[in-house]
Design a binder for this molecule. Structure first.
Ligand SMILES: C[S@@+](CC[C@H](N)C(=O)[O-])C[C@H]1O[C@@H](n2cnc3c(N)ncnc32)[C@H](O)[C@@H]1O
Length: 237
């Protein structure tokens, strides 16, 4: 059990659930979460030797999945939660991918990389957890090379009235209950509910990405708008 008074944006929240994060995610999303994350790589550019950066990498699912594509030469995953990164490193080691994957403790809102150092930046279910998501998008823009590619996967809220109610009931009541049963940590799953409800819905997120300096190349609405995946290209100033 974790101290309910812990700070919402501190890495402590994710460190506390890191070892069970993947299993709980798979159960509470009926496996959908994993399949949505695997769609991110479908928006990679066609060039070879891609250097990728995965923000809020957590346990590294998106970062490691990108390495399935032979045109990806390497991936760096960043996250402030050391417990999550430790799980990511163990997964990379088990899959023999450590030579092409690095997991580094860092804040997406202040990236420790120089301008134009990546071809691709991804972020899955991470922007929502940051106090200043626009700052993270600006940092993604800065570290991308000209015309570099950004993919953002994030929860949204379905626009259709009945499904919206069902979704609300699931996220507000069933999900925290299931999360609590599996981890003993109710605050973490109440936090998940709050962040999903508070974060901009798909359309507004798209405008945020565009306003930060990206042309939107594709938008995929997943499970009737429960989540959205954007692919964008860095506009050159
Ligand atoms: C819901 S998890 C998503 C992890 C992973 N991308 C996935 O899809 O499974 C959110 C992650 O965002 C990370 N996070 C929170 N604030 C962050 C920040 N300022 N910079 C980078 N990552 C952050 C958390 O530590 C956590 O690992």
């Amino acid at each position: 059990m974790v101290d309910p008074a812990r700070k919402e944006h501190s890495p402590e929240l994710f460190n506390a659930i890191a070892l069970r994060y993947d299993r709980v995610n798979a159960v509470v999303s009926f496996g959908l979460n994993g399949s949505w994350k695997r769609r991110v790589g479908g928006h990679l550019p066609s060039a070879k030797g891609l250097r990728c950066l995965d923000l809020a990498t957590g346990t590294g699912d998106v970062a490691l999945d990108l390495l399935r594509y032979p045109r990806v030469s390497g991936v760096v995953g960043i996250d402030p939660a050391e417990g999550m990164l430790a799980v990511a490193r163990r997964k990379a080691e088990r899959r023999g991918l450590l030579s092409r994957a690095a997991f580094v403790s860092a804040d997406a809102q202040r990236l420790p990389f120089s301008d134009g150092s990546f071809d691709v930046v991804t972020v899955a279910f991470g922007l929502r957890n940051m106090p200043h998501p626009v700052r993270a998008l600006s940092e993604a823009w800065r570290v991308l090379r000209p015309s570099g590619r950004l993919m953002v996967l994030e929860f949204s809220r379905p626009p259709f009235p009945v499904f919206r109610q069902v979704h609300y009931f699931y996220v507000a009541h069933l999900l925290p209950g299931l999360g609590f049963l599996m981890t003993g940590d109710l605050p973490a799953y109440r936090y998940l509910h709050r962040t999903i409800m508070a974060f901009p819905e798909a359309g507004r997120l798209g405008r945020m990405i565009a306003q930060t300096g990206f042309s939107i190349l594709a938008r995929e609405d997943l499970l009737w708008g429960t989540a959205v995946l954007y692919a964008g290209e860095k506009k050159n100033l």
